[in-house]
Design a protein around this ligand. Structure first.
Ligand SMILES: [Mg+2]
Length: 263
């Protein structure tokens, strides 16, 4: 595939940063927040996540049920209003974005959430700098002949037919397949079950401390570096971009941390 067809290759970057949105760029997960406070509640939501982790349900099925339970109580515009008041940006992400924009390191959001919510939150939390971020995600549509801004009037529309609903690896693979001289070094940051499809695809994976993705990567032997917020991601990526560290060194360091129990 020619680079011109890949959105993040427009500026011929040497590095591309793919990232999850909910719970990774934000401090808490907006879909969890909706499900816990307006939908089926925390207990059933956690059970749904466990079902996915242990292969009892697909992510698509479990997450679809969660969003359906929110739609049954709350119009879509009301959901966005509530999230704008309650979801905060993760520490250090703004600094990371300013640096990456200046350094020609495109940031691509790969999300299992819905595009209108993600764009509204990004613009609200970051401002105009967020307009250039590419978002690849699910979206929303009316249902039962209603408007999305009525109770029971919206439903999630999945990005693809995979059991993930949005198979994040599909967006990354064409970049991996580029000829060696064009292929950028790729990073990915994530925190949870929606990131399982992407976890093995990039050169360096950052997994958020204390979250499901860490457990999954340990279990599946997927190398990663643990992060608590974006300040450590920024310093690691800066050192790689500046040639002071290699991806291989960082991966080896991550494996040591897991072995010593610090992850
Ligand atoms: Mg997440």
């Amino acid at each position: 595939m020619s680079t011109s067809t890949l959105p993040a290759m427009k500026t011929n970057p040497k590095f591309v940063f793919f990232t999850d949105f909910d719970g990774t760029i934000t401090q808490s997960d907006s879909n969890d927040y909706l499900t816990d406070t307006l939908g089926m509640g925390t207990e059933l939501r956690k059970k749904g996540n466990q079902d996915v982790l242990f292969d009892r349900k697909s992510f698509r099925q479990s997450f679809g049920e969660m969003m359906h339970s929110v739609s049954e109580t709350t119009p879509y515009d009301k959901c966005i209003d509530i999230l704008l008041k309650n979801i905060k940006l993760d520490v250090g992400f703004r600094d990371f974005l300013e640096w990456s924009t200046a350094q020609n390191v495109p940031v691509v959001v790969l999300s299992s959430g819905m595009e209108p919510i993600i764009r509204a939150l990004l613009v609200h939390l970051i401002g105009p700098l967020a307009n250039d971020i590419q978002i690849v995600s699910n979206t929303v549509a009316p249902r039962d002949g209603k408007s999305i801004n009525e109770v029971g009037g919206w439903e999630i529309v999945f990005h693809d037919e995979s059991h993930f609903g949005h198979d994040k690896s599909r967006e990354i693979r064409p970049y991996k397949a580029l000829p060696q001289e064009e292929r950028p070094t790729m990073f990915y940051a994530g925190d949870g079950v929606s990131d399982l499809s992407a976890a093995k695809e990039t050169d360096l994976l950052f997994a958020k401390k204390g979250h499901d993705l860490v457990n999954y990567c340990v279990r599946e032997n997927v190398p990663f570096e643990v992060f608590e917020d974006w300040s450590s991601i920024l310093s690691t990526v800066q050192s790689i971009v500046a040639g002071k560290a290699t991806v291989q060194e960082v991966v080896a360091r991550g494996l040591e941390e897991v072995k010593s129990g610090n992850a």
